[in-house]
Design a protein around this ligand. Structure first.
Ligand SMILES: [Zn+2]
Length: 291
């Protein structure tokens, strides 16, 4: 698989594994593959352990990530690992197996029921992170039964903070009217499906995701969809640099097709909730303008 050209991908990899470097472990240790799950893990663990994330730099493309030795060591002492699964961060189960570690694995794919080959951007399903918080709380309660009630309460409190996301999704579902939309790649597809939109160019998007060139026929079709207004908006991942996408953004704008900008990773200074809301609000603005 060819690598995608990820914006600022050459920046150094930053890790927030500080909690794992202390030899004396206090409480349960949870290591998440990416920070948008790590934030949830930190909230659920609360005062009773440490929660760290391997990838917490928005400039790192999780699709291409390869763990360092330091990450391997951190995983070796983890009690629980939190992963996306479905092939997205498959280096994590490999690390766990390689270390002969008996860490419990909380996998979004398993919690939500996403099979290999299905869209792997599971955190874009509005139900996924709340379900993971509950699953992690249960797992923590098994390892540390004394604080079981607190873990469950922490998960409930965290999920309450996520509530505005599902509320907005339900509202947008009423306004989507099952319309067709175009995407630069499949990153936001689970969110679009949750809102009731249909994706018009799956084949094109898959090529971009895999770092290959979309076919001239797919590009021609997409341009025709813009000019004929057969799609309501065009979703673009701003973290991927591509001349093809840049020219398609211009074509969409020339045809008055709104652009909805999304990212694959948690932007700096955002929480999972503020990140999701910002993207859903971009869709809300499109719906409001088209009414
Ligand atoms: Zn992706």
């Amino acid at each position: 698989m060819k690598k995608r050209i990820w914006l600022a991908a050459l920046f150094g990899l930053l890790m927030s594994l500080a909690g794992c470097s202390t030899p004396q472990k206090t409480g349960v240790s949870v290591v998440s593959t990416v920070d948008f799950y790590g934030e949830m893990a930190k909230a659920v663990v609360g005062r009773y352990g440490t929660a760290t994330s391997v990838i917490s730099d928005p400039a790192v493309d999780p699709h291409d990530y390869e763990p360092t030795t330091a990450v391997g060591k951190a995983v070796a002492t983890a009690d629980i690992v939190v992963e996306n699964g479905a092939g997205y961060d498959s280096w994590m189960p490999k690390l766990v197996a390689a270390n002969g570690n008996r860490a419990k694995v909380v996998s979004a794919a398993k919690v939500v029921g996403v099979k290999p080959g299905e869209n792997e951007h599971i955190w874009y399903k509005p139900s996924a992170v709340p379900a993971m918080a509950d699953a992690l709380a249960k797992q923590l309660g098994k390892l540390d039964p004394v604080h079981k009630a607190q873990y469950l309460a922490n998960a409930a409190a965290y999920n309450k903070r996520l509530k505005p996301i599902s509320t907005l999704v339900m509202k947008l579902r009423h306004g989507s009217h099952n319309a067709r939309v175009a995407v630069s790649e499949p990153v936001f597809n689970n969110a679009l499906t949750a809102m009731g939109y249909r994706i018009s160019n799956e084949h094109f998007a898959q090529a971009i995701e895999e770092g290959t060139d979309p076919s001239p026929e797919d590009i021609r079709q997409l341009r025709a969809d813009f000019t004929a207004h057969r799609v309501q908006f065009f979703v673009v991942n701003t973290q991927v640099q591509s001349n093809i996408i840049a020219s398609l953004v211009k074509a969409a704008e020339a045809a008055d097709i709104p652009i909805v900008r999304v990212t694959e990773t948690l932007p700096a200074k955002h929480t999972y909730t503020s990140w999701m809301l910002q993207q859903y609000q971009a869709v809300a603005r499109v719906q409001a303008a088209q009414q």
